[in-house]
Design a protein around this ligand. Structure first.
Ligand code: GLU
Length: 258
């Protein structure tokens, strides 16, 4: 299977911006193992700005754009250094690709991107993608890595996109506020009812990023690619997901013909 796995900042780093070492190690070990089992994997990793904040010793995430972009430049190095070191332990070679939204709208750039990905996978390398936050401006950026990873999945012919988040999946209500909220295991089509579960702007579910995740599911499902939301707190959930076994997650099924 060709699988795109998106890793959110909350999976990789503590709120301090420093690396969550145990979890990141588990994640890199699991992804290495899945590659050894024969899966083709592409990572989309957030965390550049968050890790830049930690590395530069900033008190909080900067609000102004130049400082955010500077933090991303520092944090992206830290992120790739960490991946290179951890995947290197299992003899996997990482490759960095930084994209902006614009790249998906220029046929030649998109072609270069897919050519590069194709060749990297042929050579057994592990592409690790992020948005090029240090140069992306409002006009050209995708803006969030849920959407970016969906674009990557559909343009690289992936079978599956897995969004590793800080929540188990899509719930019937906000699980932080409603103890009767239950996890929805399968979604066949993003209906208005499903969309309503993402919450309005500013609700705790909405700020959890469920809106961008549902949009990512739509982008993928439309092009025949399944999408899963799972909790990155336990990276071994990836084994069950890729084996098609029952896992704690929400799976959005692409419509299949016939
Ligand atoms: N590209 C951003 C970063 O590396 C993250 C964007 C996102 O998490 O959606 O910090």
């Amino acid at each position: 299977m060709r699988i795109v796995i998106k890793i959110g900042t909350s999976t990789l780093a503590y709120p301090t911006g420093h690396l969550h070492i145990r979890r990141t190690e588990e994640l890199c070990r699991t992804v290495s193992d899945l590659k050894n089992a024969g899966h083709e994997i592409i990572l989309v990793s957030s965390g550049a700005i968050g890790m830049g904040v930690g590395k530069l010793g900033l008190k909080s995430r900067p609000a102004d754009i130049p400082t955010k972009q500077a933090a991303a430049a520092v944090g992206q190095c830290e992120l790739m250094y960490t991946y290179d070191k951890l995947f290197g332990e299992y003899n996997h070679t990482v490759a960095q690709i930084l994209l902006t939204g614009d790249d998906f709208h220029h046929a030649d750039r998109l072609q270069n991107f897919t050519n590069t990905i194709g060749r990297l996978l042929e050579m057994g390398a592990l592409p690790i993608i992020n948005e090029n936050d240090s140069i992306a401006t409002e006009e050209i950026k995708v803006g969030d890595n849920d959407t970016l990873s969906a674009y990557v999945a559909v343009n690289t012919g992936a079978d599956l996109l897995v969004l590793l988040s800080d929540i188990d999946g899509l719930y019937t209500a906000d699980p932080h506020a409603d103890q009767n909220a239950s996890l929805i295991e399968s979604v066949h089509g993003i209906t208005e009812d499903i969309r309503a579960l993402a919450g309005g702007e500013g609700s705790s579910l909405g700020t959890g990023g469920m809106r961008t995740k549902l949009r990512a599911a739509e982008i993928c499902n439309e092009k025949g690619c399944d999408m899963v939301i799972a909790n990155g707190a336990d990276p071994s959930v990836l084994y069950a997901i890729t084996n098609g076994d029952r896992a704690v997650c929400t799976r959005f099924y692409a419509e299949r013909e016939g």
